[in-house]
Design a protein around this ligand. Structure first.
Ligand SMILES: Cc1ncc(COP(=O)(O)O)c(C=O)c1O
Length: 386
């Protein structure tokens, strides 16, 4: 049994979430529920593995071990029924930088890149930084659940799109796309010759009753049209160690992206490699307990809102530790909403409008924190918003 209720004091560890509150929100004393990492200790096996390696005080040039690959491959076979060949894997320091390499190697500076909004904000920024055009397709809430607008996507594909970015599970809505949705999307991309970048960074964080399906497992054709990204960073709270994976079956795509990455001479550092290797071998039991803890936290938030913040609409996400809270009933401008949260309530959540125009009236809440902390934050909000 892991104790996720333990309060972990992170201030003074140079972590962005706690130590850059002043810089980001203008107040270092508020409670943070923003940026996507967790207020939990990582699995003990990872800590001792890193300490063990660190105790040999030579940190020279290193390479990815056989176990680094086989543990990741084994994890995907066991948990996702996904066979991956070693030669299909490219190690990258992070998924946002991998996205940048993909644009550089595949699209250039004049392409059109589409994604479903609201979405993780760096997709806008990186796309625009490369000079590419952002094409958005809004997710539509039907029967209380965010869904893809198929007609809109197809219409925009007809006008020409060079890359589709899929986020599975989806940040910030928490959707875990179903087989039918992925199959339809994958086939639509094939029909219009649009390659897919599938960012599956949250794929291990899926709650009971939902199943994560890698889009590349649907068919060989879809696999050949897709670049997929995975990482232990969200799963095991290792984002600061900068270690992620691209899985690219199509040799031509792989070649283009490898060539782009080689130009920048970047790689994963020694501790990133070591922590990934250990996490995929020893982290499973910890992860199972984490997911049930997170689900309970999400249910707690929904229950709290129903009883004590009835004007805030919340739902339990299918995956991720991010909740997409709808404050639109207050009819506040986004600036005023954020001001009331930060200055009056004393909590730091992510501004929903960063995720696209659909995020007006919304905020993103990070629930990967002990329940007591979450309750404290909600109490602060309810004092002001009631
Ligand atoms: C969907 C998604 N992709 C990528 C990232 C960041 O990945 P990295 O730190 O590897 O760049 C995040 C972090 O929150 C995310 O939610």
């Amino acid at each position: 049994m892991y104790n996720f209720d333990e309060i972990v004091h992170r201030k003074g560890t140079d972590c962005i979430k706690w130590d850059q509150l002043q810089k980001k929100y203008g107040d270092s004393s508020i409670l943070p529920f923003w940026i996507a990492d967790m207020d939990f200790f990582v699995p003990k096996a990872i800590v001792s593995g890193i300490k063990n390696r660190a105790s040999h005080p030579t940190y020279g040039y290193s390479f990815a071990s056989d176990k680094y690959y086989s543990n990741f491959i084994g994890w995907n076979e066991r948990r996702n029924g996904l066979p991956i060949k070693r030669e299909e894997i490219i190690s990258v320091p992070g998924i946002v930088c991998a996205y940048s390499f993909i644009i550089y190697g595949l699209i250039g500076s004049k392409g059109k890149i589409m994604f479903n909004t609201p979405i993780y904000d760096p997709f806008f920024k990186v796309t625009e930084e490369h000079g590419c055009e952002v094409v958005t397709s809004s997710l539509k809430k039907k029967d209380g659940i965010y869904q893809i607008d198929w007609e809109d996507i197809e219409k925009k594909f007809k006008d020409g799109v060079d890359l589709f970015v899929l986020c599975n599970p989806h940040n910030p809505t928490g959707r875990v796309w179903t087989y039918e949705e992925l199959e339809r999307l994958g086939n639509l991309c094939i029909k219009y010759k649009v390659p897919i970048f599938s960012d599956d960074i949250h794929s291990d964080l899926v709650f009971e009753g939902n199943k994560y399906i890698p889009i590349i497992s649907i068919s060989e054709e879809i696999k050949q049209n897709t670049i997929m990204a995975m990482a232990p960073s969200k799963t095991f709270n290792l984002a600061g160690l900068k270690s992620s994976y691209l899985i690219i079956s199509n040799e031509d795509l792989r070649q283009k992206i490898s060539t782009a990455i080689e130009k920048f001479h970047v790689g994963v550092n020694l501790f990133g490699l070591k922590s990934s290797e250990i996490a995929y071998e020893f982290g499973e039991e910890w992860l199972e307990e984490l997911c049930s803890y997170l689900k309970k936290n999400a249910e707690f938030v929904v229950d709290y809102c129903e009883k004590r913040l009835p004007r805030v609409k919340a739902y339990v996400p299918e995956g991720t530790y991010l909740m997409w809270l709808d404050f639109s009933d207050y009819e506040l401008s986004q600036n005023e909403l954020m001001r009331k949260l930060v200055e009056d309530s004393g909590v730091a959540l992510n501004d929903g409008s960063n995720y696209g125009k659909e995020g007006e009236g919304f905020v993103r809440l990070n629930i990967a924190t002990p329940k007591a902390m979450l309750k404290k934050g909600l109490d602060l909000i309810s004092k002001i918003f009631n």
